[in-house]
Design a protein around this ligand. Structure first.
Ligand code: PRP
Length: 203
């Protein structure tokens, strides 16, 4: 049997996916910094990729399937079928800044540092609020602390990173969920096998 190809993101989602798959008899591990692994049941060939690159692999059909947050999907703009929404990994996209200050929507542009430039632009555009966006790739919380921008738009899960840096949420903008996505052509070709896999992870 040819295994299904699945891209998994590095980072905090990874450990949760690993635990869940192990419970379903599809345990796996990546040895010695290897980036390709097979699961215990032989059903999956798994690629370990950077979170923000995951949609690119699925879009090109290199991985037929992927597990990815709606935040990353929105940024890349590719269209996939979402086959399942997981009950783990939910977070919120928020605008935040220094504790004790407020979100000042009237008057000048909002200056916002973020990894999520597309989301931030679209969100404030749709509300008619002018924004100036500074793209960062990580440790976004530093921006208001060091005075790069007054605001950040970022994911908040536990809130610990904001708290540790003396920042706070001003507004929650969107709920973010984790999805199983599939390349549409791959789904046509492997329809039954993919459906069996979905049944297995959702049972
Ligand atoms: C994410 C996010 C926040 C943090 C929020 O960053 O961008 O910085 O997690 O989580 P918390 O509310 O539980 O503290 P990530 O850990 O992915 O690292 P990064 O800063 O390199 O993007």
């Amino acid at each position: 049997m040819t295994p299904l190809t699945l891209a998994l993101p590095k980072g905090r989602l990874f450990e949760e996916v690993k635990k869940q798959f192990s419970l379903k008899g599809m345990g796996f591990s990546f040895d010695n910094r290897k980036l390709v692994a097979h699961d215990a049941s032989g059903l999956l060939k798994i690629f370990l990729v950077k979170n923000s690159d995951l949609p690119t692999y699925v879009n090109h059909g290199i991985a037929g399937l992927g597990i990815c947050g709606s935040d990353v999907l929105y940024e890349t703009g590719y269209k996939f079928f979402k086959l399942h929404t997981f009950d783990f990994g939910s977070t919120s996209m928020c605008i935040a800044g220094k504790k004790g200050q407020t979100l000042e929507k009237r008057g000048r542009k909002l200056t916002i540092a973020t990894k999520f430039t597309r989301f931030t632009r679209d969100y404030y555009h749709s509300k008619g609020i002018p924004v100036e966006i500074v793209k960062l790739n990580g440790s976004v919380e530093l921006a208001p602390v060091l005075g790069l921008t007054r605001y950040i738009v970022d994911l908040v899960e536990t809130g610990n990173t904001l708290k540790a840096n003396n920042l706070e949420i001003y507004e929650k903008l969107k709920d973010i969920k984790v999805h199983l996505i599939v390349n549409p052509s791959y789904y046509k070709l492997h329809y039954q096998a993919v459906n069996n896999f979905v049944a297995r992870i959702t049972e």
